[in-house]
Design a protein around this ligand. Sequence first.
Ligand code: CO
Ligand code: ZN
Length: 330
Amino acid sequence: MNTDLLKKLCAEVGASSQESAVMELILAEIKPFIDDHKIDPLGNLIAHKKGSGDKKIMLAGHADQIGLMVNYISKKGFLYFSTIGGNSPNQCLGQRFVFPNGTIGTAASERLDNPNDLSLSKMYIDIGAKDEEDAKKRVKIGDICVYCTEPVITGDAFMSKALDDRVGCFIMIEALKQLKAPVYDMYFVFTAQEEVGLRGARTSAYGIDPDYGLSFDVTISADTPKALKFPSKMYGGAAIKIKDNSLICHPKIVKHLEDCAKAANIKHQYEILEFGGTDSGAIQANKSGVPSGVISVATRYVHSANEMCALSDIEDCIKLTVKALETAIE
Ligand code: CO
Ligand code: ZN
């Protein structure tokens, strides 16, 4: 597996609305394998690969990542922020954050009498500025920073920030490279602004008007101490989503993925989530409705600086994607 590419994808800085560097990296990688492409007005990268037949399938993985947007700079030069996507104070505290211009800081908290009072509104980014004026030389209101941990392989697992959802983009890229006989006209969409409400998927689905939708994202790995009782876990294989908070996957697509996994002997498991959503939630509600499903990677510590997933699960997701695109949906 091309883990160097996965490392490059995860290392790229691209919070919601600022995905262009990620899109450029992806485009350079897929260009030899597609027929045409465009970047739409919201910043989605839409790559078209012709298949036999006239039915259209839209594949989606989000290129954006969560981040912190500067909304106030104090006299002392500390940066207060508003959240872009789902950040939690515990995950952020003590972590390093990087801005697109390379400025690095750490997320710290105001002194608290009770540690349970920790909240994002009491936290700030410290970039080592002398004062407000010094800070403003490097950062301005509206700038967004993201975690800056280095992607690494540890044992048989991959650990990085932004695995959500660069691993989904990676699965799409690798599947695209391996495809031999796709049955549908395919639109590989690397979406913008998923983390703030599936926005890029909504507009790109409207433009493409697909017959089927399939997206790729991380889900929880319910195998950590005292984890909630959900069916997906690391090393469990490709996770076939049944539902989350944004969609109930179409039974026809769930069955298609199941049948493909069984026929090709691909290790798989199921995913049910009580919270969270992904691009297929927007795709399914396009125009008159689009049967949609999701292939997920069970991931520990989602939305932290060190998200972790199994290399073998990524491999299983790639295999299942190729098989699913080379088999007609019944
Ligand atoms: Co996410
Ligand atoms: Zn995601």
